[in-house]
Design a protein around this ligand. Structure first.
Ligand SMILES: [Zn+2]
Length: 277
C-alpha cells in the first residue's frame, strides 16, 4: 500500500510539473534517486527537507538554463531574450517555467518590433507573456488553446500612470492577464455576449485576478496602437487577436489581420496575441 502511495505521489508531481513547464516532470523523475539518497544520508529532519526542496530545484534550473536552449533548437525553437534593452518577460516566471520559446522567425519579428518601439518611444520596453514550450509540435501550453507550435506569442498592453499620466513599463496585472480594458456602454461587449452564450471560461482570468491595482493605471492606446500597427504591417505576422471593441476604439478596422479569436478562447482586452501564419 505504501509503495502505491509513493508511485501515485510521484505520478501526480510528474503530471503537474509537465503541464506547468513541459520538462519539469522528467527532471522530477531524474531526481527520484537523489531524493532516496537524501532520505538515507541526511538524518537531520530540517536539513533533509531543505535538501528535498533545493536539490531538485537546483537541477531543474541547471537543465532549464544550460541544456534546454540547446536541445530546443532541434525542434526549431529559440528562447526569447530575458534582459534585452527593449524586449523582456513581464514576469520572470515565464522564463523559469520554460514558456518563452518561439520559432526564430517570430523572435526576429518581435525583437525588430520592440527595437522600433524603443526608437519611437524612448524608454519603452515591450513585455512578452506566454509564448510556447521548447519541444514537440502540438504539445499544449495550458490554458492557451493554440500556443503549441512556437508560432504564437502574447504581448502585454502598454499603460500610463494614473496620477502622472506618464508612460510606464509595468502592468496592472503581475502576469499580464486578467486586468481588462473593458468596453464602455457604447461599445460592443463581446465578453458579455460570449458569457451569455455559455462560454463561462471567456472571462475566467478576470474573475480570479485581484483587480486592486487597476485603478493605478490607464490603458495607453497610443503605444498599444503603435505596436499593433508595426506588427500587422509586418508581412511575417499572419494574425493578431484583440477584443473587437479595442480594434474599433483604436481605429484599426481596415486591418484584416486583426481578428476576433472566438468565444471558445479567452478575452483579449488584457493582452495582444500574435502568430506567424
Ligand atoms: Zn495567445
Amino acid at each position: 500500500m505504501r509503495k502505491i502511495r509513493i508511485v501515485l505521489f510521484h505520478s501526480f508531481l510528474f503530471v503537474l510539473f509537465t503541464i506547468l513547464t513541459q520538462i519539469g516532470g522528467i527532471v522530477w523523475l531524474i531526481c527520484i534517486p537523489l531524493l532516496n539518497y537524501i532520505k538515507k544520508y541526511v538524518l537531520h529532519k530540517i536539513q533533509r527537507w531543505i535538501a528535498y526542496l533545493l536539490g531538485p530545484l537546483l537541477i531543474y534550473l541547471i537543465v532549464t538554463f544550460s541544456l534546454i536552449p540547446l536541445l530546443a533548437s532541434l525542434w526549431g525553437r529559440v528562447p526569447l531574450p530575458i534582459n534585452h534593452g527593449s524586449l523582456r518577460p513581464l514576469t520572470l516566471m515565464t522564463v523559469l517555467l520554460n514558456r518563452h520559446y518561439v520559432r526564430k522567425e517570430l523572435r526576429n519579428v518581435v525583437l525588430e518590433t520592440s527595437e522600433q518601439m524603443t526608437a519611437k518611444f524612448p524608454g519603452t520596453v515591450v513585455h512578452y507573456l506566454d509564448a510556447g514550450f521548447p519541444f514537440i509540435h502540438g504539445f499544449p501550453l495550458l490554458p492557451h488553446l493554440s500556443h503549441n507550435d512556437g508560432e504564437k506569442l502574447d504581448l502585454a498592453f502598454f499603460y500610463t500612470d494614473v496620477l502622472t499620466k506618464q508612460p510606464v513599463n509595468d502592468s496592472p496585472s503581475p502576469i499580464g492577464y486578467g486586468i481588462c480594458e473593458e468596453p464602455t456602454s457604447n461599445e460592443e461587449n463581446t465578453a458579455a455576449y460570449c458569457t451569455s452564450k455559455g462560454y463561462r471560461q471567456y472571462s475566467l482570468l478576470q474573475r480570479v485576478m485581484p483587480q486592486g491595482n487597476k485603478k493605478n493605471y490607464l490603458f495607453d492606446s497610443r503605444r498599444t496602437k503603435a505596436i499593433i500597427l508595426l506588427l500587422v504591417q509586418n508581412r511575417r505576422i499572419g494574425k493578431l487577436f484583440i477584443e473587437p471593441h479595442l480594434k474599433k476604439r483604436m481605429n484599426l478596422m481596415k486591418y484584416d489581420k486583426i481578428r476576433f479569436h472566438g468565444c471558445q478562447a479567452v478575452r483579449h482586452d488584457d493582452h495582444i496575441h500574435i502568430q506567424l501564419p
